[in-house]
Each structure stands twice: as C-alpha cells, then as structure tokens.
Design a protein around this ligand. Structure first.
Ligand code: CMP
Length: 143
C-alpha cells in the first residue's frame, strides 16, 4: 500500500490544527500508519530540507521548522502521495484554493501549516528519516 510522510509544522501545532488536519485525512479514508509529536533537531532539519540548501530561504526554513514541536505522520492508501498534496493545496497559501489545508489555514509561504512528500522517492526517504520501522503499524488483517 502506498505511504506518504506528512508533518504539521510548528505554526499548525501552535494554532491547535493537529486534530483538524488528522480529521481531514481520516474522513478522506486514508489510514494512519504512524504518528508522533516531536522536536526536530538542527541536523534532522538540514537533512530533511537538503534539496533546498542553496536557496536563500534555507536558514529561515531550518530556523522555523525547529522553532517548536511538529506532528509527524505516515499515512497510507491508494495514490495517497499525490492526493494528500492536492488536499494540502499549493505551497504558497496565497495561491492555495479554498477547501485545501493551506488555502483554509495558511497565510505566508514560510508558515504554510503542513509539509507532505512530493514523490514516491521523497516519501520513502522522509518516512525513513523520521520513523523507525517499529514505530509503524500494519493493517494487513483489515484489508
Ligand atoms: P515545504 O513543502 O515544507 O517544502 C519546502 C518549504 O520551503 C515549503 O514548504 C515552504 O514552506 C518553504 N518555502 C518555499 N519558498 C519560501 C520562501 N520564499 N521563503 C520562505 N520559505 C519558503
């Protein structure tokens, strides 16, 4: 079953949006395979956002994602990687459609409430970066 990595960013946790966001993916029909509230270290932030290290906003990105707790999750279901991105909306909340998470709750591109893997390769990399296999459940008997 396809899996993706989603993370409520520090602004979303601080604004009590964890329940709202979990609710949207649950109602959609995806299954939660792992979740934890955690503080990201500087090293983990730099590794997670490694592809952006040459960008001018890299320092800001690392500072923000380590500024408070995040809620890291693994969700599974058919086509979950692409569909979760649709449900999140465009990266810049100003461009995100109403009804999407960023469209409904975000204002600025830095504080855009949620992160989600953008491809199968990123999903695998990010899940392994944030979770041990033993932290993920399987639902094989319920399929
Ligand atoms: P995310 O999906 O977590 O992946 C990279 C993040 O970089 C992105 O969401 C944005 O929050 C952030 N980002 C993109 N552009 C900018 C920018 N111009 N200034 C600050 N942050 C940015």
């Amino acid at each position: 079953m396809e899996k993706t990595f989603l993370m409520v960013k520090p602004d979303g946790v601080q604004r009590n949006l964890v329940g709202e966001i979990v609710n949207r993916f649950e109602r959609k029909g995806y299954r939660l395979a792992g979740a934890k509230l955690m503080q990201i270290s500087d090293d983990l932030a730099k590794e997670h956002y490694g592809e952006h290290k040459e960008r001018p906003f890299f320092g800001e990105l690392v500072d923000f994602i380590t500024s408070g707790p995040v809620f890291a999750m693994v969700w599974e279901g058919e086509n979950v990687i692409a569909t979760a991105r649709e449900m999140m909306g465009k990266t810049n909340p100003s461009d995100a459609a109403p009804g999407t998470i960023r469209g409904d709750f975000g204002v600025t591109v830095g504080k855009n409430v949620i992160h989600g893997s953008d491809s199968p390769e990123s999903a695998e990399r990010e899940i392994n970066l944030f979770f041990e296999t033993s932290e993920l459940v399987t639902y094989t008997k319920q399929d």
